[in-house]
Design a protein around this ligand. Structure first.
Ligand code: SF4
Ligand code: SF4
Length: 382
């Protein structure tokens, strides 16, 4: 699957040379250097974005610690029954979220198990449609840690590294293959199978299984995690770029987004600072609009551009009404992300859809014995 849609590349070669291939190639005159009209506004995009990243990372640490306490209370025999399960932990169950989305689409009923994961997925899909793959660079804790790692790698080694094109393109396809597998698996499940899976012991405590995977990690898991961490020091966003199926889904959604990074070729001075700053290695300096599924809306390119009114995340113009592309200010993007997140989560909470409906006695029986809950096989428990 093609992972990038690069279009409207500005050719380096003048058309007269292309039209006269048999003529002795004339020595090309150097491109006249354009005068830089320096921007005067201060760029706040990276302060705002990193604040969002930090806040969301802390939120996840907080949710994780409460969830751990919730699990421990059952493992210790329920002696401390005061901790409530934080449903936000279901953001870490993307496959359950996909199953629930299908269940909801077919039945028009909000599922009773792990509904929060579905609402979070809906919120992140909406963000991707409006603001490119902004979840990855503004909110995702894994994306944030990946960013910290490549920044650390840059400090340690003086630079990050790019894989050769043939390897990079091949590896980028992996996340789409993984996504394709999960989409195929979920799409081949009937509503009854989804219900049976969710109500199986494994489905009910899928979040506990996830936590226990990290708590009691085996040798293989530790080696894989170690390789990913080391690779992330060298290659920017290694996990996100090559392996994350969640990011692949959001990237495909972002292809339909009307918002794109747009470059004004009239005022651009071709300094290529934008391309150098792009963590997704996109050739921003040679495109007019960035349509790639790899663009995360991080605005790093916009932050470094020295030229006035040249690079921005913008909506397309409307013929007759406002033909020029309309720049989306950072505050509008930040507000939009916050409204989508808190709006959808707030709706689910106030409407009573947020929490899973599971009896405490069920958790008392299942959580301490989580290791015995195994993944149901296709056709089981129907
Ligand atoms: S630097 Fe610009 S082009 Fe690159 S991912 Fe971020 S927003 Fe997209
Ligand atoms: S940073 Fe990119 S868009 Fe801005 S002037 Fe340089 S090449 Fe042009």
């Amino acid at each position: 699957m093609a992972t990038q849609v690069h279009s409207e590349i500005i050719p380096d070669t003048p058309s007269e040379v292309v039209d006269a291939p048999l003529q002795r190639p004339a020595k090309l005159a150097p491109k006249p250097r354009k005068k830089l009209v320096r921007r005067t506004d201060r760029d706040y995009s990276q302060i705002v974005r990193r604040s969002f990243q930090g806040a969301f990372l802390l939120l996840n640490v907080w949710i994780g610690s409460i969830f751990y306490s919730w699990v421990r209370q059952f493992e210790l025999g329920g002696a401390t029954g005061s901790v409530a399960r934080p449903a936000g932990v279901e953001g870490w169950l993307p496959i359950a979220a996909l199953m629930n989305l299908k269940y909801f689409a077919l039945t028009h009923h909000v599922p009773s198990l792990h509904p929060a994961g579905m609402f979070l997925l809906l919120s992140f899909l909406a963000m991707s449609f409006l603001f490119r793959k902004a979840f990855c660079s503004w909110l995702c804790p894994v994306g944030t840690i990946s960013e910290y790692l490549w920044q650390l790698g840059r400090k340690l080694f003086g630079r990050n590294f790019h894989l050769p094109d043939w390897l990079d393109v091949g590896l980028r396809g992996l996340k789409y293959l993984l996504l394709g597998f999960f989409v195929w698996a979920v799409s081949s499940m009937a509503v009854g199978e989804i219900t049976a899976f969710m109500n199986s012991p494994y489905g009910v405590i899928a979040d506990v299984k996830m936590l226990n995977f990290f708590r009691h990690m085996g040798e293989t898991g530790a080696i894989v995690l170690g390789v990913l961490v080391v690779a992330s020091l060298f290659v920017q966003n290694f996990w996100c770029r090559y392996l994350c199926p969640y990011g692949a889904l959001l990237g495909i959604t972002s292809l339909f987004s009307p918002a794109r990074i747009r470059r004004n070729v009239e005022t651009c001075i071709d300094c290529a600072k934008c391309a150098k700053a792009c963590p997704s290695a996109l050739p921003v300096d040679r495109l007019v609009t960035i349509k790639s599924a790899e663009c995360t809306g991080c605005l790093e390119c916009v932050a470094v551009c020295p030229a006035k009114d040249t690079l921005s995340l913008a909506l397309p113009g409307i013929p007759e009404l406002a033909p020029q592309p309309r720049t989306m200010p950072v505050w509008a993007m930040a507000a939009g992300i916050a409204v989508l997140f808190f709006g959808i989560v707030g709706f689910a909470k106030t409407a009573g859809y947020w929490d899973s409906h599971v009896a405490r006695a069920t958790y008392e029986a299942l959580v301490p014995n989580a290791d015995q809950a195994r993944h149901p096989m296709p056709g089981e428990n129907q």
